[in-house]
Design a protein around this ligand. Structure first.
Ligand code: MN
Length: 231
């Protein structure tokens, strides 16, 4: 069998401390999963979780201690940062119960769900898909993955983002409306999860815009930091 052209390279994320790469299958994202962020977006209360996706090759890998480059995307004048805990799935499955979900996790990373907020708002207003606002090229910066056994108490870890050294987002993963294992239960009821899936679990309050030249630095305690310059 021969391909009509060379297949695209497999998108992958380095695993901290071992030199191996985690091959990315799909990127799932959870919407409005911290109460204070839901409020700042004009919503209240605990609604069932909802999901959207980004292409696997939207990742921008930035190694620990390095500063990556985040290209400012086309068609927007309001590019927002959303710092998020990322769950990396190592064992697939469907209809995974929350009580069994930890056994499906390979590890965790720090991610940014970059958002063309103006385009997302236009699409929302018209009842159209969010794709152009969320699933654009380079919209999913990510740190190396820390294996679950080395990650510490991620469910109660601080999560934060600074822009040019000033605090923008600061919360704790314990404030997730749907926690890590509940999210896997809901997500795997809708899609059969596969090894290599990444789940961006949602962002806390404080989302705001960035411009070319800004330096974003964010982290989740125990998972290192993610640092990029908007170019
Ligand atoms: Mn998000």
């Amino acid at each position: 069998m021969s391909y009509v052209f060379s297949p695209a390279p497999v998108a992958s994320v380095p695993v901290m401390g071992c030199g191996d790469q985690f091959p990315v299958h799909r990127i799932y994202c959870v919407g409005r999963n911290y109460e204070e962020h839901a409020k700042e977006m004009g919503f209240t209360g605990r609604e069932p979780p909802f999901f959207f996706m980004k292409p696997a090759d939207a990742i921008v890998v930035v190694n620990d201690g390095q500063t990556g480059e985040l290209p400012y995307p086309a068609l927007t004048a309001n590019l927002h940062h959303e710092i998020e805990l990322v769950v990396a799935i190592g064992k697939g499955g469907k209809n995974i119960k929350a009580a069994d979900a930890l056994g499906h996790i390979y590890g965790y990373a720090v991610g940014l769900d970059m958002t063309r907020r103006d385009l997302q708002a236009d699409m929302k207003r018209q009842g159209r898909p969010w794709c152009i606002g969320k699933g654009f090229d380079a919209s999913a910066p990510i740190s190396p993955i820390t294996q679950i056994t080395h990650a510490g108490d991620v469910a109660n870890a601080a999560i934060w983002l600074k822009v040019n050294g000033a605090d923008r987002q600061r919360s704790n993963v314990s404030h997730l409306i749907w926690n890590i294992t509940e999210t896997i239960e809901h997500l795997s009821a809708a899609w059969e999860l596969q090894p290599g899936d990444l789940i961006y679990t949602g962002t806390p309050e404080g989302v705001d815009s960035v411009k070319r030249g800004d330096v974003l630095e964010g982290g989740v305690a125990g998972l290192g930091t993610l640092r990029l310059t908007v170019v």
